[in-house]
Design a protein around this ligand. Structure first.
Ligand code: NDP
Length: 459
């Protein structure tokens, strides 16, 4: 029997790779994990975590108005971007350090270098030599993508640079209508940057429920974000006045900064996957089965590099399932159905299950329960922020197949709602839950009347 330097070699120390490496090492296997940047991956270093700190930072501006409405004296406060960056970087370093400690405590070796495949069992640790491994796990994540052929694209930043801007711009144009575009639009606007979002489609957040999309767009506009729809960049020109965004509609918009949030691509280039015979999809994603195994018998892949559902907790579960299967003799596959997600826009969105359109497509007839209202905290000070709560129910089975919330704390609310939806709860069971009062979320269990948009019949 062949012997190898390692039982498992993991390429990429992000959420999926670290979870898989730790679990495998804790089983007694000899494990190494290679990372060319900092341990923690996209989520911890340049994604979810620093983004959430930026969301928190940007929310304070609106608190002053709310506080005044509640009787506090007007106060003058200013925001210091460099002070925030310092604090953010300190916290990210602390969290990255925890990942390192957890890996080491589990007995996994961390290789601080780029690793590429030479063949199915051989890994080149760039600049340091080669090692062999029985099993290999690819967990290299994704990278921002922007259209390289757009004239002037070199003047635009992506989310990666947005975390480290030397100073806040006075104005920004954000291209894209997905998670990252709407989240950063809220962040920049909250921090006082004159913010415009341009999206090529009919409304932001394609794939989400249409009521969620339109509700969020309206709420974002109330916060001063300009949203241009059905339009995209023709070019970007650098001038003394700033960056001129030449749009497909003929409109020219001058901004100090331009950010492209036009999607992310699996990070597979130059990894040597071809040398190992690993099959890739046209998108560059590593193709895997439900156990995250590639077409090569001893190579697996988890997380964004497989482009299934590109969310941190999903990568973690895929990594854990891999280690359970391969190192604990417990075949486990992660169920990608009914995964909840949150968009940390302002207001945020929490969503689990199907949009109304997808549910109509799959189940035929559906019942819709929908409520739009001003939360009590807002009505008190005379604000005009509105929440949206929507349930999508398959009419025949009466199961709740979609739950969508736009409003304060919706990411926290949806985490709990997702448990019941994932378990296949019916509307009657859902309604048997007594409300918690006074909360925003109580509306979820008190909607009794089916929603019929004006001018339509209930069918
Ligand atoms: P998304 O795929 O969510 O959105 C990409 C956006 O860019 C879409 O609006 C898309 O338009 C648009 N686009 C694509 N190509 C072009 C082009 N050539 N010109 C103009 N617009 C274009 O990607 P993101 O980068 O926002 O996020 C990547 C992924 O990361 C998400 O899908 C999500 O899985 C994950 N993520 C999750 C977060 C969370 O959980 N809160 C936060 C951030 C990221 P169209 O719709 O027309 O295709």
């Amino acid at each position: 029997m062949a012997t190898y330097d390692y039982d498992l070699f993991v390429i990429g120390a992000g959420s999926g790779g670290v979870r898989a490496a730790r679990l495998a090492a804790m089983s007694g296997a000899k494990v190494a994990v290679a990372e060319e940047h900092r341990v923690g991956g996209t989520c911890v270093i340049r994604g979810c975590v620093p983004k959430k700190f930026m969301v928190y930072a940007s929310e304070f501006a609106s608190y002053a108005k709310v506080a005044e409405g509640y009787g506090w004296s007007p106060s003058q406060s200013t925001f210091d971007w460099s002070k925030f960056l310092e604090a953010k970087d300190r916290e990210i370093a602390r969290l990255s350090g925890i990942y390192v400690t957890n890996l080491s405590n589990a007995g996994a070796e961390i290789v601080h270098a780029r690793a590429t495949l030479k063949d199915v069992h051989t890994v080149e640790i760039v600049g340091k030599g080669v090692v062999t491994a029985d099993k290999i796990l690819v967990a290299t994540g994704g990278r921002p993508w922007s259209p390289a052929d757009l004239p002037g694209i070199e003047h635009a930043i992506t989310s990666e640079e947005a975390f480290h801007l030397p100073q806040l711009p006075k104005s920004i144009m954000i291209a894209g209508g997905g998670y990252i575009a709407v989240e950063f639009a809220g962040i920049f606007a909250g921090l006082g940057v004159d913010t415009t979002l341009v999206y090529r489609g009919a409304n932001i957040l394609r794939g989400f429920d249409d009521d969620v999309r339109s509700h969020l767009a309206e709420e974002m506009k109330k916060k001063g974000i300009k949203i241009i729809l059905g339009c995209e960049h023709a070019s970007i020109e650098k001038t003394d006045a700033g960056l001129v965004n030449h749009m497909s509609s003929g409109l020219d918009v001058v901004t100090e900064q331009v950010m492209f949030a036009t999607g992310r691509k699996p990070h597979t280039k130059g990894l040597g996957l071809e040398a190992a015979g690993v099959k890739l999809a046209d998108s560059g994603a590593v193709m895997v089965d439900r156990f995250s195994k590639t077409n090569v018998d001893n190579i697996w892949a988890v997380g964004d590099v497989t482009d299934r559902i590109n969310l941190t907790p999903v990568a973690i579960r895929e990594g854990a399932a891999f280690s359970q299967t391969e190192f604990y003799n417990n075949p486990t596959s992660f169920d990608h159905d009914m995964v909840a997600s949150a968009v940390f826009s302002q207001p945020p969105v929490g969503s689990v299950g199907q949009s109304e359109a997808d549910a109509r497509h799959e189940h035929g007839k559906v019942d819709i329960y929908l409520s739009r209202f001003r939360p009590m905290k807002t009505t008190f000070y005379g604000g005009d922020d509105r929440c949206l709560i929507k349930l999508v129910v398959a009419r025949d089975s009466q199961k709740i197949v979609g739950c969508h919330v736009v409003g304060p704390d919706s990411p926290e609310i949806i985490q709990m709602a997702a448990i019941a939806v994932k378990m296949g709860v019916t509307k009657a069971q859902w309604d048997s839950t007594c409300a918690v009062h006074p909360t925003l979320a109580e509306e979820l269990v008190t909607m009794r009347d089916k929603y019929v948009p004006a001018g339509l019949s209930a069918a």
